[in-house]
Design a protein around this ligand. Structure first.
Ligand code: IFM
Length: 454
């Protein structure tokens, strides 16, 4: 078990979580339901009928969890704010108890020498706003702007790093076209519309944060994935790669960093829409300059062209003639392909597309962890994944990508969305029956790497 690469001075080593995945306390101190409370209560949507009602009980155990991070020696902690905890009606009435929780969290982190990285939206839209149209209505951009002003105004005196949205691909296409995430719609056009409104909300949110928190470093976190076609592919396969790359990556990269949708995108989706949901001036707002880009990446994507009437992926706009190819082994417990080279490729691409410093705001892997008779959690596969991916990060830095930090996903095993508690991504094991935390071998290895880098 050796890992001997070195990273630039000042490189930030962190861990990450998200509100609905760890907090629990869903009906406490004035919080109202989010779309994930509704979705997880809908039979058949989440494995085992699991919900975030208790999750890791972080809302009550926050000081203990911060102490855990300190024992690992991390520099930074990336967490998200629950919108419906601070604005129970989605807009208007402020819930001071909700804001106080995040304020205490920030203070506790700073007291322990840990830098807070705040994400405003990690998928838990207040249900009341979904009832008013959610991400399908343009008004959501104004609702988000109000929320962004409130939170950055309340915490901006102590928090420098702000992220508007986490993985808008998931809150648009996975949620409105594929139906795997809340609110569970299955309409190819809705994914496009939701993605555009998320981008608009982001652009306006950036300006709101800068107004309320002067000196803020503002960012968005995307989940780009390197798309590979068959090695011996023909023109049709190359077109399949182009289309898949547009819907997975270009649909966010181009509006954010070039102020336009990617080449071919409007033609490829013209059968679904005349794109009149894109208003005059939207792309100027969307491409408001950022300070850095967050990249979450776990696996590559493989596609090929559909042949002879074969079914493609009509659920995703423009992918009607594109077939997803089985990931190659080895796989994590999610069935995701382990390919550090894919991580390297997408980091280089993200740096080029954005021209910005990059933070890897999530990377990690799920494995079927168990507590051994010695009371420890031995997770050699997660350690191998960590080493392989940190190697890829070091290579990307050597090859010119300005990568400033790495956040391990996740600090804790937690509610893995549609998979409930069946998948464990933590570097710390959580016994959900007792809420005991056990640092896994990978957690100690991460701590060792951090120590050696100093
Ligand atoms: O758990 C999620 C997280 O909320 C967003 N990025 C991917 C992780 C693993 O699926």
């Amino acid at each position: 078990m050796t890992f001997d690469r070195s990273f630039p001075d000042g490189f930030i080593w962190g861990t990450a979580t998200a509100s609905y995945q760890i907090e629990g306390a869903v009906a406490e101190d004035g919080r109202t339901p989010s779309i994930w409370d509704t979705f997880s209560r809908t039979p058949g949507k989440v494995f085992g009928g699991d919900t975030g009602d208790i999750a890791c009980d972080h809302y009550h155990r926050m000081p203990e969890d911060v102490a855990l991070m300190r024992s690992l020696g991390v520099d930074a902690y990336r967490f998200s704010v629950s919108w419906s905890r601070v604005l129970p009606d989605g807009t208007g009435r402020v819930n001071q108890q909700g804001l106080d929780f995040y304020s205490r969290l920030v203070d506790t982190l700073l007291d322990n020498g840990i830098r807070p990285f705040v994400t405003l939206y990690h998928w838990d839209l207040p249900q009341v706003l979904d009832d008013r149209g959610g991400w399908l209505t343009r008004e959501v951009a104004d609702w988000f702007t109000e929320y962004a002003s409130l939170v950055s105004g309340a915490l901006g005196d102590r928090v420098r790093n702000w992220t508007t949205l986490n993985e808008p691909w998931c809150s648009s296409f996975l949620s409105y076209s594929l139906g795997h995430h809340a609110p569970g719609h299955t309409d190819p056009l809705e994914g496009l519309v939701a993605a555009h409104h998320l981008l608009l909300a982001h652009g306006r949110g950036v300006r709101a944060i800068r107004d309320s928190a002067p000196g803020a470093e503002v960012s968005i976190t995307l989940n780009p994935t390197q798309v590979y076609g068959p090695e011996d592919g023909d023109e049709a396969d190359a077109d399949a790669v182009r289309r898949a790359d547009n819907i997975y990556n270009g649909v966010f990269f181009s509006p954010l960093f070039a102020g336009r949708y990617p080449d071919g995108f409007h033609d490829d989706t013209a059968h679904l829409s005349d794109h009149s949901y894109i208003g005059d001036g939207d792309l100027v707002e969307i491409s408001t300059p950022l300070d850095n880009l967050g990249v979450n990446n776990y696996f590559p994507t493989r596609v090929r062209a559909a042949r002879d009437g074969e079914r493609g992926t009509p659920e995703l706009a423009g992918m009607e003639r594109v077939v997803g190819v089985e990931p190659r082994p080895p796989h994590t417990d999610m069935g995701w392909e382990v390919l550090p080279r894919g991580h390297y490729d997408i980091l280089i691409r993200s740096a080029k597309e954005s021209g910005l410093p990059i933070y890897i705001t999530e990377n990690g892997s799920a494995w079927p962890d168990v507590v051994s008779p010695d009371g420890r959690v031995h997770d050699p596969d997660r350690i191998a994944y960590l080493h392989g991916h940190l190697d890829a990060v070091a290579d990307a830095i050597e090859d010119g990508a300005d990568i400033r930090g790495y956040f391990a996903w996740s600090l804790l095993d937690n509610f893995e969305w549609a998979y409930g508690y069946s998948k464990r991504f933590g570097i710390v094991y959580v016994d959900y029956a007792t809420q005991e935390r056990i640092v896994k071998d990978s957690g100690w290895e991460y701590a060792r790497i951090i120590r050696e880098q100093r």
